[in-house]
Design a protein around this ligand. Structure first.
Ligand code: F6P
Length: 341
């Protein structure tokens, strides 16, 4: 059997751990040939691939990024894209695909399965916002990086008695903000799920200053002030179709400085949260996802995604996997609010 593997969407620490597990188990337990497709769905569409052997995955467990490269190419948005994929797979004798990706990549995987291609999905996103799995790998690493940054920013903020606004990733869900904010002892945490009152933020910040501490505000990149959609979410797209966000961290730091008369700084953590080596937790989760994806292919169980439920890895239908965005529930946010101000 010949099995293809690809990584799509934004990269994420742990992708290489999945690839390694797929290759090790695929070759050693099943005697498969494993083929790596480059640049997400562009690889199988344009026939960009190479065989991956045991030596190729020897040193990649700890490495961030993806040895296969990634892209946001969607074959359903390319003329004849699906037909091209089918032709390449037939030409290269590839029987099945393991697609590692987020909502978009898994959405394509679902459609391809409906169109007769055997695909098994592996969920990935640092945002942890896929409804069908308790956790995605990459999230733990991102939270660690953000928490370490908050710890470091606190000491410099205290030295200068400034407010520090830390902007973390999370366009639609505030999981990174919530977890890193709680772990880093933030004085305010702002998430996309809940438009915030700037007056309230200023009140919390002022209270903190009055107690002679430097306030730390953690804000998810997709968070917005009440009624602030027009000011900050322009909807403008870059040359690659990526919607630009408004820079909420910098905006909020300026608001705080103007309204409190205190110095305020913004730090945008950006892609540092996605780079570098995965944490032990993410290495283990990614490895287990890879092993179970191989099992699904071996069983001929296509159109499914591996998922974490409690401590078990289960299979869920790809349709279910992409149906629901997992956002921060009110009760979880309320836990954090106890520490505001
Ligand atoms: O979905 C993961 C994510 O890291 C988001 O949190 C972030 O908004 C987006 O990707 C950034 O994408 P890009 O790498 O294309 O800038």
């Amino acid at each position: 059997m010949r099995v293809g593997v690809l990584t799509g969407g934004g990269d994420c620490p742990g992708l290489n751990a999945v690839i390694r597990a797929v290759v090790r188990k695929g070759i050693e337990a099943h005697g498969w040939d494993v083929v790596g497709f480059r640049h997400g769905w562009r690889g199988p569409m344009e026939g960009i691939s190479r065989p991956i052997g045991l030596d190729d995955v020897e040193d990649i467990l700890t490495r961030g990024g993806t040895i296969l490269g990634s892209s946001r190419t969607n074959p359903y948005k390319v003329d004849g894209g699906v037909e091209k994929i089918k032709a390449v797979l037939a030409d290269q004798g590839v029987d099945a695909l393991i697609a590692i990706g987020g909502e978009d990549t898994l959405g394509v995987a679902k459609k391809l399965t409906d169109d007769g291609v055997g695909v098994v999905g592996v969920p990935k996103t640092i945002d942890n916002d896929l409804g069908a799995t308790d956790y995605t790998f990459g999230f733990d690493t991102a939270v660690h990086i953000a928490t370490e940054s908050i710890d470091r920013l606190r000491t410099t903020a205290e030295s200068h008695h400034r407010a520090l606004v830390v902007e973390v990733m999370g366009r639609h869900a505030g999981w990174i903000a919530l977890h890193s904010g709680l772990a880093g002892g933030a004085n305010v945490i702002l998430v996309p799920e809940r438009p915030f009152s700037v007056d309230k933020v200023v009140e919390w910040v002022t209270r903190r200053f009055e107690r002679e501490y430097a306030p730390i505000i953690v804000v998810a990149e997709g968070a917005l002030p009440e009624g602030g959609d027009e000011v900050l979410l322009t909807g403008e797209k870059d040359a690659f179709g990526h919607v630009r966000l408004g820079g909420i961290g910098t905006w909020l730091a300026d608001e705080i400085a103007n309204r409190t008369g205190k110095e305020s700084r913004a730090v945008v953590l950006g892609h540092t949260q996605r780079g570098g080596t995965p944490t032990a937790y993410d290495r283990v989760l990614a490895t287990r996802f890879g092993l179970h994806a191989v099992d699904a292919v071996a069983d001929g169980d296509f159109g499914v995604m591996v998922a974490l439920r409690g401590t078990d890895i289960v299979r869920v239908k790809l349709a279910e996997a992409t149906a629901e965005l997992k956002t921060v529930p009110v009760e979880r946010y309320a836990e954090a609010e106890v520490f505001f101000g």
